[in-house]
Structures are given as C-alpha cells and as structure tokens.
Design a protein around this ligand. Structure first.
Ligand SMILES: Cc1ncc(COP(=O)(O)O)c(C=O)c1O
Length: 474
C-alpha cells in the first residue's frame, strides 16, 4: 500500500518503506563490506558509547536521512556474528538465502497463529517441521517454532510435567515432588525452566558425566532409584546432544533404556547438536533420538539461520496442544487445528521464523546441510590438529564435535579472551573442561578455513605473549 505523504500525515507516518528501500540497500551493502571490523576498542565502555553515538530519544523526531545515518553509526559499532573475528557463541556465519528470506519476511509481517492471518507461511512452516521430525525419527510427530532453545526445553518440561501430573495444569499442584534429571554439563536452561514452571530448581538432579562430558546412564539409573526410595516422583530426563562448552553428546539410546524402564519423559536438548541429524557421517551422534518424546533443535546454530530459529519437536501429535492449547474464540475462527499453529504455541502473536529456514533448505537441499555439517566438523578437527602440534598451546581434549577447547600454556584463558575483546581483535569465550578453564573455539562458521584458523590462533598466542604468566596484562 502506498501512502500519500501530506504535511498532515508525515509526522504520524514517517517516511514510506518504498522511499527507504534504496538507502536501506546502500546501508546493508556498506555493512557487509566492513563486517570483519569489530567495534572500536575505545567504544567498549558504555559511557563512551553513549556519548559518541548520541542515540537518545526525544520529543521531536529526525529527518529520514538523519535516522539512516544514525543507524549506520550504531551498526558500525555492532559486532557481526558473520565475521571470522566473532567466535564467542554457538552461532556464526551466514546462509545468504536465509538472510534474504528473513528480510523479506518482515514485509507481510505475519503472525503465525492462524492460516487466516499467515496464509502460505503456515504451509512452509509445516513443511519444515515435518522434514525436521523425519530427520530425528519422529515419523508421526509434529512441532512448533519457539523463541530459542531455552524455550524449547521449557515446553518439553511442561509437556512432561503434564503427563506425569495430569491435574497440575488446572489445579496447580502435583501432590508429590516431581524430579527431573540432566547431566552436570547440561545447559543452564534446564534448572532455570524448573524454577519458571514451579517444579523447583532443587528438584533437578545433575547426573554425573564421564571424562568426555557425556552423561553416565548407570549414574542416572542410580539417581532415579534413590529418588524412588525417598518417595519422590521422577518424571523427566534430558539428554544433551552437543553440550554448550565441550560439544559432547550424551548416549541417547542407553539413556532411553533407563528412562523407558521407569516410564519417564525423554527429551533431547539438541539446540546445538541436533543438526547432526542432517549428516550421513555424523548422524550416529544423535543415535536413538527416535526413542525420545521430544527434541529441541536450533537451526540458528549449526545451520546458520539468522536468530531466532528454534523448534520443539514431539514424537506424538497432540503432545503440544495437550499442554498449550486454550480456547480463544476471537482468534481461532476458521480452519482445522493442523493449519492453526497457535494451538501448539506458548505465544499468541508469533513472528515468522520458518520462512528463512524453508528458503535455505529449498535452496541447499538435504545434501547442502550434509556438506555444511561435514565442513564444520572438519574445521574443528583441523583446528585441534593445529593446536596439538603448537608448543605454545595445549589442547584440553579431542573435540567430539565443533567446540575445540584449549589453553595458551602458562596463561589464564580468561585474561587472554578479555584482552582480545578489549583490544577489538577477536570475540571468543572460555569454559570449564575437567576443572580447567579453557578457550572455547567454536567452528560453527563454515566460511572459516585453514588460513583464518591460523590467523585466529596467531592472535590468541600474541595476546598470550603480552600477558604475564597466569596473570594480568603486565
Ligand atoms: C545445549 C544448549 N541448549 C540450549 C541452549 C539455549 O538456546 P537459546 O540460546 O536459543 O535459548 C543452548 C545455547 O547455547 C545450548 O548450548
């Protein structure tokens, strides 16, 4: 729709999108041309950033051109996660087709609760969810897009709770202490979610992991037996497929045996490593996923889809709506439930996260994903091999997947990472591996290659050399 700009409506409507398309394209082109530059080190301090960017809001507005220039200044001080210098998180790199589709998805600005509101976007969402279900072995399952892996884990916990204590959704009380199990290496969203839904963070048992960081099924069994003996009610087991720091995979099949024996809900947190289901070579890492009740998977991690793209998949149709459906006769007025995804979502209004994933998948096909995962895994092996032969570095363990953990010999990993960030060189984080704090290099960006890996390791060593032994900057 083209709005005619008159003096009287200009103040209320602002510039039209049509008028902003050309300057937006110019800004996007500019951003892409310089995204390997991290924000200026001097602007790391919030006060300096505030003073320089002068982004305050006030009574009177600004001309469109001025607003575009202000956006340029802000974007110029925003790290791009597609840069080789950005290694801080479990996402990185860009699938161009997905970013293009994301930019287009804002135009219809669909809300994904009903077919009536979102039209063909529901079709592509169902297509993507169906494909993902088939990849994890949920042949007759279904799913829902959620705002992140933490939320996917929350929905899983909710469904498990409602199965174990059917009255709790209405009456709010379980009548017995429900106990959830996950490994010591699991993501923090598991206890956090237990707090959110009122199960109690203390009622999450952190089961022992082996030296590789994988949950020990016998330890799980023992923990369940102890709770049963104490009169508690075990109900939920989370197996992590790709732990946050070490990229370790819990043995899903063996854990399913234990969970099945006790009738517990089995959830797989595949936020990071669920994408292994797309790789012929590495699929074995999620072996047994078809035995689970639910599966969380973040395409915004290894699949390179722009944030956010996360799903919760369930093995049996109806599991989601059993915990999430409400009647809303102002909203669900037409079409069968299958085409009204709002019945299966925590959210009411929900942004369209499926279109970008569908567009990338349509473009790349299963074979494109297979190649992508293979490349990420190969990069991790290459990085590990480079670290292992470098006398200045120590590899803390052989990577199980794409996370490579190591130290600069004699230096604090925390200080090395802080210095690299402070000086605007690289953004990279650190975590615990068997009681030692190591630098975590996540090889999730398939645009990296041997040359960039060498550049990264050289910068890390340089930072290490400028630090005192196990101390702060001299
Ligand atoms: C294993 C695991 N689960 C869940 C999450 C949470 O995902 P999100 O950041 O999308 O909420 C993460 C995030 O890193 C993760 O590593």
């Amino acid at each position: 729709m083209t709005h005619e700009r008159t003096a009287s409506n200009q103040a209320a409507l602002g510039a039209s999108l049509q008028d902003l398309l050309a300057p937006t394209l110019e800004l996007a082109t500019w951003f892409l041309s310089r995204e390997d530059e991290l924000p200026e080190p001097e602007l790391r301090e919030p006060q300096a950033m505030r003073a320089r960017l002068d982004a305050g809001l006030g009574d009177s507005g600004h001309e469109a051109a001025e607003a575009m220039e202000k956006m340029r200044a802000i974007l110029g001080q925003t790290p791009s996660s597609s840069s080789w210098r950005f290694l801080n998180q479990l996402f990185g790199g860009r699938v161009g087709m997905a970013s293009a589709a994301e930019m287009l998805a804002v135009l219809p600005n669909s809300s994904m609760y009903t077919l009536k509101a979102a039209g063909a976007q529901v079709l592509v969402e169902n297509e993507v969810l169906g494909r993902m279900c088939s990849k994890v072995g949920f042949g007759s399952g279904e799913g829902s897009f959620v705002p992140g892996g933490s939320s996917a884990n929350l929905v899983a916990l909710l469904m498990a709770r409602d199965r174990a204590a059917p009255g709790i959704r209405d009456s709010g009380s379980a009548g017995s202490t429900l106990i959830a199990y996950t490994s010591v290496e699991a993501h923090y969203s598991i206890p956090k979610n237990a707090g959110i839904i009122g199960l109690g963070r203390k009622n999450v048992r952190l089961v022992e992991a082996d030296t590789e960081g994988c949950m020990i099924p016998a330890a799980l069994e023992a923990a369940i037996e102890a709770d049963l003996a104490a009169g508690n009610k075990p109900f939920f087991v989370n197996a992590t497929a790709g732990t946050t720091v070490r990229g370790a995979f819990d043995p899903i099949r063996a854990i399913a045996g234990v969970a099945g024996k006790h009738g517990l809900w089995l959830h797989v947190d595949g936020a990071l490593g669920g994408s292994m289901a797309l790789s012929a070579e590495h699929r074995h890492l999620v072996d047994g996923s078809e035995l689970a009740d639910s599966f969380a998977w973040n395409p915004h991690k290894m699949m390179g889809i722009p944030l956010q793209a996360s799903v919760i998949l369930v093995a049996r149709r109806g599991s989601l709506s059993a915990s999430l459906d409400e009647t809303a006769d102002y909203l669900f007025q037409a079409d069968v439930d299958e085409w009204n995804p709002g019945h299966r979502s925590v959210q009411c209004g929900r942004r369209n996260d499926a279109f970008k994933l569908w567009a990338a998948w349509y473009h790349l096909g299963d074979s494109g994903w297979d190649a992508r995962i293979g490349r990420q895994m190969a990069l991790a092996r290459t990085a590990a091999a480079m670290i292992a032969v470098d006398p200045e570095l120590e590899l803390l363990e052989q990577p199980q997947s794409i996370n490579v953990c190591f130290v600069v010999r004699g230096r604090s990993s925390e200080d090395v990472c802080d210095l690299l960030d402070h000086d605007g060189i690289i953004k990279i984080g650190h975590g615990q591996v068997r009681g030692r704090r190591g630098i975590r290099l996540v090889c999730v960006n398939p645009d990296l290659d041997k040359t960039t890996l060498k550049k990264i390791l050289d910068e890390i060593k340089l930072a290490g050399r400028s630090l005192a032994v196990e101390g702060k900057k001299p």
